[in-house]
Write a protein that binds this ligand. Structure first.
Ligand SMILES: Cc1ncc(COP(=O)(O)O)c(C=O)c1O
Length: 361
């Protein structure tokens, strides 16, 4: 079926661009000598996770137990939940998953350790547990240093758990616009990791894994020699917010592989074209989408089911025209849709369900 016949609004993947992004990240990780464990919360789709595994990924990250269940059900056997899980029912499900896959998760509190230990004992499994340290994000994580070592010791002393390493994600650095600012933020994060790993070593605790990094900073974690693994997510599709980052020329690596296709449904108001896609098809927490082929400020406003575009006098849009939008923020945009329509050379090649979509139970 030709692309023009896809009913809109639709979440459309450019399969060649996706492939290129996967290759670029795999090559960067391999060159730096770090493991690549992409964050699957960006795409929530087992088919895409399998491509990532085929391009050098050692496993995937998830943020929620419900996501991890979808990926394990699809045959992915190595999942790191980069989050703290505290609802006893969810901890129980997580321990059950460890019967079918290698499951690791994060803690920043002794209470989480106790919950995980009990559930793992109950299900007769051993869970890998990472201590999350706050390397500047200010979200989850104990302070670097002694508190992290205390938690690691507690995990090691618990027979149903194994201390697997450190989670050290610096989310606040990802969208610092200047590359130098991002580099400095990750230098600081790496110092915090180093402080913690040297204290762990002094306490006789091995720290096999240090995981962190996102699309905005992965190259700095990878080069730091403190991180053994990177966990970027958005690079698969590359959104408009990340495109606003300043990248050194040789590192502007990712193509916009995910577009929302929309149709002009009205041009009645002078100077405006109205599209059939609004907040229910595009997340705007990181700004309006950009319009392929039009200047970046083309979107004049949005509402639930509509996007208003300022008309270009030289090339006015007409009713029925197709418009392609680059989402401002990948993850919450994907979460609004049921499936991806994968296209190559102007033809629909595949439809993939977004199997792990939803709030993430
Ligand atoms: C813990 C964690 N790791 C990795 C990522 C991936 O970041 P990005 O999608 O910006 O590459 C995120 C994103 O929010 C995250 O929360």
């Amino acid at each position: 079926m030709p692309v023009e016949r896809i009913e809109t609004p639709a979440l459309v993947v450019d399969l060649d661009a996706l492939d290129q992004n996967l290759r670029t990240m795999a090559a960067a990780a391999a060159e730096a000598g770090v493991a690549l464990r992409p964050h699957a919360k960006a795409h929530k789709c087992p088919q895409i996770a399998r491509f990532q595994l085929g391009h050098g990924a050692t496993g995937v990250c998830c943020q929620k137990v419900g996501e991890a269940e979808v990926f394990v059900d699809a045959g992915i056997v190595d999942v790191l939940i980069t989050n703290e899980i505290v609802d006893p029912a969810k901890v129980d499900r997580l321990a059950q998953l460890a019967r079918r896959a290698r499951i690791a998760t994060c803690v920043d509190d002794r209470a989480q350790v106790a919950l995980l230990a009990e559930a793992a004992r109950h299900h007769g499994v051993q869970l890998d547990v990472l201590v999350e340290i706050d390397v500047g994000h200010g979200r989850c994580g104990v302070p670097p240093g002694a508190s992290a070592v205390g938690l690691a010791q507690l995990i090691e002393e618990t027979s149903s758990l194994r201390f697997a390493g450190l989670q050290a994600y610096q989310g606040a650095a990802q969208h610092l616009r200047l590359e130098d600012e991002r580099r400095r933020a990750i230098d600081l994060a790496a110092d915090r990791v180093r402080l913690t790993t040297s204290l762990l070593a002094e306490s006789g605790l091995a720290c096999p894994l240090v995981s962190g990094g996102g699309t905005g900073t992965f190259m700095f974690e990878a080069a730091s020699s403190e991180f053994t693994e990177i966990q970027p997510g958005s690079y698969v599709f590359m959104d408009a917010a990340y495109a606003r980052n300043e990248w050194a020329e040789e590192r502007q690596p990712f193509a916009h592989a995910l577009l929302v296709h929309a149709t002009v449904i009205s041009t009645s108001v002078r100077g405006r074209a109205v599209l059939d896609a609004g907040y229910k098809a595009l997340a705007v927490d990181s700004g309006y989408p950009t319009v392929v082929g039009l200047e970046s400020a083309a979107v004049a406003g949005m509402s639930d089911e509509h996007t208003l575009i300022g008309q270009d006098a030289d090339r006015p849009l007409r009713v029925g025209d197709r418009v392609r939008l680059v989402p401002g923020h990948i993850d919450p945009t994907v979460n609004l849709h049921d499936w991806y329509v994968g296209v190559r050379d102007g033809t629909v090649e595949v439809v993939w369900p977004i199997a792990a979509r939803g709030p993430g139970l």
